[in-house]
Every structure is written in C-alpha cells, then in structure tokens.
Design a binder for this molecule. Structure first.
Ligand SMILES: Nc1ncnc2c1ncn2[C@@H]1O[C@H](COP(=O)(O)OP(=O)(O)OP(=O)(O)O)[C@@H](O)[C@H]1O
Length: 240
C-alpha cells in the first residue's frame, strides 16, 4: 500500500540569534504514522516540533501539511507538553470542552473522558487528579477537536515508570483507533522504540538517520529483543 504523505519539510533551517539549531532539514511525515524525534538534550527536537505546530517559523525552507504552507499556528495540530497546562478553575469536563456548553461538545467530552478512564471525575476540579490522571485529561483535551496531528513534547517525562507505561499504551491505542498522525519528542529512547514506527535521530543540527521499527507495540519476547537492539543502535549513534 502506498503511504500518503501528510507533512513535507524541505530545506528547513532554524537559528536563534547566531545559534544554529536546525539546518537542511528534509523530512516527510506519513499520514497515520507514529514518528519519534530523539537526540541529545538541546539538540533541537522541541524546536522542530514547534515549527510543525506553527508556533515558530523557520529562517529558511518550508513546512507544508496537506499541501498547505504552515506559516501561522497549525490549527490541524494539537500539542501535549510535560506540564499538563490545565485550567484549575474549570471542571475536568470543562477543561476538555473549554467550557463550551453545546450538547455535541458535551457528548464528545464524555466520550473522551471515558476513553481516558476519567468519567467519574467529570465534575471534579483538576486539583483532585494525580499526575497521571492530569496527563490523561490533557490527552482528552488535545483530542477534543479531532485533530489530524498530535504533537507530543515529552508528555510523560514527569510520570513514574508504571504510570508512564500505561500512558504509552493508552496513547498508542487511541492514536491507532482514531487514525491520528503522531509525533513524539522524548529523551527516553526505549519509549521512542516502544511507541513509534519510525524514529528520527537529530544530531549536529541535522536529521542524521531515520530508523524503521516494525516491532512497535508488540509485547512478545522476540519483539522486545529486537527493540532493545534498535535502542542500542540509536544510543550508540547519539553518543558517537
Ligand atoms: N526561544 C528560544 N530562544 C533562544 N534559544 C532557544 C529558544 N528555544 C530553543 N532555544 C535553543 O535551541 C536549542 C534547541 O532547543 P530544543 O528545546 O529544541 O532542544 P531539545 O532537543 O528539545 O532539548 P531537550 O531535550 O533538552 O528538551 C537549545 O540550545 C536552546 O537553548
């Protein structure tokens, strides 16, 4: 089956003052894929994500989604961050709908809260939620307007190992079910290799290499071993 391209990035450079963060970035993102960006801290992963989100503009080159130039905030995309960015004065359900009272929005919010396992907290305030529950609510909010593209900037970084793993599974399941193209920035190479079908290594301001990962989301011993090998290879390439 021919893969459909959702996003094209061509010849993108990004600098801050005289500090070059990204250069000569060429990348196609396929519709419905799960792509991860990995690399050293400060290497430009979040910058590339913000460029795709239209929160920043490149100094040179073009980014297009569905053929349209991203030259302002990308309204087809939603982002999730390490911090939950919830609105503490609104109920859990209002955080999903941004306090819209339209019956269809309420219905969709209920569906999303059920999907992320927060139905019983719909009328509570976010302060009642644990860290993991807050990130589940942030996920529900990001999914609210049926985005084509989900941009995840280290959203699981502050969670404990078990909660993190459950969130990884939930995100993978929902993105697959809802056919959402997803790009994840993570420090955790094992997480990238567990979740993504392609992993792009950003190094020396470039996309150095893209690793295909046919073993994502499979929990057999063989798949785990193959993923461990891919993780090792990526780690070696980051370090050398
Ligand atoms: N708004 C900004 N103004 C100036 N410099 C910036 C700005 N945003 C990012 N940078 C710089 O660009 C470089 C890349 O930052 P970026 O956050 O993209 O890296 P990263 O790979 O996501 O890092 P980390 O994994 O630590 O989050 C860093 O040196 C950072 O200091």
């Amino acid at each position: 089956m021919k893969k459909e391209i959702l996003i094209t990035i061509r010849g993108v450079n990004k600098s801050y003052v005289k500090h070059i963060v990204l250069r000569e970035i060429d990348l196609d993102v396929y519709r419905h894929e799960f792509l991860a960006f990995v690399g050293k801290s400060g290497g430009g992963k979040s910058t590339l994500l913000r460029l795709i989100a239209g929160l920043e503009q490149p100094n040179a080159g073009k980014i297009k989604q569905g053929g349209h130039l991203i030259n302002k905030i990308n309204d087809q995309a939603r982002m999730m961050f390490q911090e939950d960015r919830l609105l503490p004065w609104m109920s859990v359900q209002d955080n999903v709908t941004f306090a819209s009272k339209k019956p269809d929005d309420q219905k969709e919010a209920k569906k999303l809260l059920s999907l992320v396992g927060l139905t019983e907290y719909a009328n509570a305030f976010p302060t009642k939620l644990s860290g993991g529950q807050k990130q589940r609510l942030a996920l529900a909010r990001a999914l609210f307007s049926h985005p084509d593209l989900l941009l995840l900037d280290e959203p699981l970084g502050a969670l404990d190992a078990l909660t993190r793993r459950n969130m990884q599974d939930l995100i993978m399941k929902i993105c697959q079910q809802r056919k959402i193209t997803t790009i994840l920035v993570t420090h955790d190479i094992n997480e990238a290799v567990r979740m993504a079908n392609r992993i792009a290594l950003i190094k020396d301001q470039l996309i150095k290499e893209i690793f295909d990962n046919p073993y994502r989301g499979i929990d057999t011993n063989e798949a785990k071993e193959k993923r461990a090998l891919i993780s090792d290879e990526i780690l070696n390439k980051i370090l050398n």
